[in-house]
Design a binder for this molecule. Structure first.
Ligand code: ZN
Length: 193
């Protein structure tokens, strides 16, 4: 079973009062860490404040709800969408070997203004989880920060570019002969403190 629980789509209805969320209006997004993974709740900020809850959110952020665009409004450059799809696929796989790639890809998408980092959480064992949200459709991604050394990032970036070239075939000039160097995951998981 694929580990889909690291990705959560944004709801279109308030999770508390049940009324539809309004385009361009504030929305409070909450992730709850349950034994079945992360549960996501999107709701009106005022509903969240007034509703009683006896649990502590894993993460919480304020955003702006954007209604899904009509189907014909697809003017997004293909390459960007492809990078987003790659992230989606890799996050779903939840493969520890791909942790560096997932993280660097998320950072690249953040720099391209496709994702926004909403929050970060340090777990009791020192692992850092970063929560990214897709600016357009509001999907949230929980990504493990592998605490990459700066000098390791370039190699991982090349791996990401290779993966993009290999999956979409949108770069005709590129031949898939060069295998992405299977960069062994950096053993930088040890807590720094
Ligand atoms: Zn509400």
């Amino acid at each position: 079973m694929p580990q889909e629980w690291n990705i959560r789509g944004r709801g279109h209805f308030c999770g508390i009062c049940g009324k539809p969320l309004t385009d361009k209006c504030p929305v409070t997004s909450v992730l709850r860490d349950t034994e079945n993974g992360y549960e996501r709740l999107d709701c009106h900020p005022e509903c969240w404040k007034s509703a009683p809850h006896d649990w502590t959110p894993f993460s919480m952020w304020e955003g702006v709800y954007a209604a899904p665009p009509p189907p014909d409004a697809k003017k997004e450059p293909v390459k960007k969408e492809t990078a987003g799809e790659l992230l989606r696929r890799l996050v779903s796989l939840d493969d520890p070997e791909m942790r560096n790639v997932v993280y660097v890809l998320a950072v690249m998408l953040e720099r391209s203004k496709i994702l926004v980092e909403r929050d970060s959480r340090e777990l009791p064992d020192g692992t850092i989880k970063r929560i990214y949200e897709d600016r357009k459709n509001g999907d949230s991604f929980v990504v493990t920060d592998p605490r990459l050394r700066l000098d390791a990032i370039g190699g991982v970036q090349r791996q990401v570019v290779e993966l993009l070239g290999g999956t979409d075939g949108l770069r005709p000039g590129k031949k898939p002969e060069e295998k992405p160097e299977q960069a062994a995951p950096e053993k930088t998981e040890a807590p720094e403190k």
